[in-house]
Design a protein around this ligand. Structure first.
Ligand SMILES: *[C@@H]1O[C@H](CO)[C@@H](O)[C@H](O)[C@H]1NC(C)=O
Length: 218
């Protein structure tokens, strides 16, 4: 009996370890599991469409050659191509985005809780960086030109800034069908309902009026 429990524990440990090492999203167990967006079934990801109803359009998206509209406060715009746009990405652990930046445009500090990102500059110049976890909080940063590729490791806070005089364009691949985005400033100062002033004044070591002003930006 004790032997069996030990074997079970060892098997579970092996499964969880190998899963953690080899995949971001859960590994798929069939050729595809195209998202059935009408299904009421709640699973981790999306339920599969009946394979006989799957069509080539389930694996296709058009329009990524079109520039996004960067007329906004940050001067940048992300065009996502994840499982929401391509149902066929369900369970496959990958997606991508196009990012457009006006001169001085910023993709502000944010993290993807479920994915590593690998970014390629197609046009222009970008100042990029990421910061490692506590306690080091080491800042890795670099200026990229056309054709340069940069990696933002999973979960780490990162940003891109167009430091050039012309528009910049990047394509980034992400290791999740649904990477998620947490923009630091929005999460901390723009949450609904707000985080209490006393918590933010202590966290940032500033006065109430500074917190109120920051919250007013969102
Ligand atoms: C871009 O967005 C701005 C602000 O929302 C809007 O005024 C403008 O018409 C848009 N431009 C295009 C080409 O859609």
């Amino acid at each position: 009996m004790a032997n069996r429990i030990f074997l079970l524990a060892a098997a579970l440990l092996a499964m969880s370890c190998s899963h953690g090492v080899t995949a971001s999203d859960p590994s798929h167990l069939q050729d595809f599991c195209v998202a059935d967006k009408t299904s009421q079934v709640r699973v981790n990801g999306l339920a599969c469409k009946d394979a006989k109803d799957v069509v080539v359009e389930d694996f296709c998206y058009s329009g990524l050659h079109l520039a996004g509209n960067t007329t906004n406060k940050q001067g940048s715009i992300v065009t996502p191509v994840n499982v929401a746009q391509i149902g066929g990405l369900n369970t496959l652990g990958v997606s991508l985005v196009r990012i457009d930046y006006a001169p001085n445009g910023l993709n502000p500090p944010h993290t993807h809780p479920r994915s590593t990102e690998i970014l390629t500059v197609l046009e222009g110049s970008l100042q990029v960086g990421f910061v490692t976890s506590n306690p080091e909080n080491k800042h890795f940063n670099k200026v990229l030109g056309k054709g340069d590729v940069f990696v933002f490791p999973k979960g780490l806070v990162h940003y891109q800034f167009n430091n050039g005089a012309t528009d910049a364009v990047a394509i980034a691949a992400l290791s999740s069908q649904n990477p998620g985005v947490i923009t630091m400033a929005n999460a901390v100062f723009g949450s609904t309902p707000s985080i209490a002033d006393g918590i933010l004044t202590k966290a940032f070591q500033v006065e109430n009026n500074v917190v109120d002003w920051m919250q007013g930006q969102f």
